[in-house]
Ligand binder design. Sequence first.
Ligand SMILES: O=P(O)(O)OC[C@H]1O[C@H](OP(=O)(O)OP(=O)(O)O)[C@H](O)[C@@H]1O
Ligand SMILES: Nc1ncnc2[nH]cnc12
Length: 250
Amino acid sequence: MLQLQTISLFSSNSFTFSPAVAFRTPAAKTLSSAAAALPFIRFPNYRSARPPPCCSVGKSEALKVEAMAAEDGQDLRLARISSAIRVIPNFPKPGILFQDITTLLLDTKAFKDTIDLFVERYKDKEISVVAGVEARGFIFGPPIALAIGAKFVPLRKPKKLPGKVISEEYSLEYGTDKIEMHVGAVEAGERALIVDDLIATGGTLGAAIRLLERVGVHVVECACVIELPELKGRERLGEKPLFVLVSGDA
Ligand SMILES: O=P(O)(O)OC[C@H]1O[C@H](OP(=O)(O)OP(=O)(O)O)[C@H](O)[C@@H]1O
Ligand SMILES: Nc1ncnc2[nH]cnc12
């Protein structure tokens, strides 16, 4: 199964960018076939479910993609980020198309671009708390928090935090869970950004919003690297703004 990932920069109210179009042009076909001809040596145990990263194709092909993106007014960083995310079919169970951000972390440029895009958006928003959702929100949240001068608060799975906690239950694309936060980690009136790697059904972010709002925190926005729009998670966040960098198939 070959999945062609769409790329988009969405905020809750605006559709800013849709470079998926760029991948559908004839030049993109050239890129795909050129890339498909390359040995996929980085992850020998996996079949790539998406086009290999732009950086692994010939320089002239990469330049063509850059030119196409520039023509469309697209942020090239998003194309790199999308290409660096691996998609694994049937993990952790049959029918799930798993968006694996660990490959994004291996690509120093794409990882830095990811953090930079969030920092550019949030640096002047007077955010005092970045709340990261376990586990993958712990990867993206802290560098954003440090860069914008906010504290980082981990929202953890049950029974992981040693102090007194408040908790919220939620349902997942696969199963149910609960998140907890230390009492006293945040104060009423603070302005928070909630960070996770991905929004699927929106259950996790919904619980994170409720958890923070219960203690009087103003959640300014939720930010994810990936959105699975088919699962309509955005709708579960009500009016709360959601900012994502790329979108993927569920
Ligand atoms: O929008 P939702 O349907 O709630 O799903 C999104 C959540 O699912 C994944 O985490 P998961 O619960 O698999 O935990 P993990 O990061 O610890 O593996 C992902 O990292 C999000 O936190
Ligand atoms: N399809 C998916 N890929 C990665 N993480 C997820 N969390 C929920 N759905 C997911």
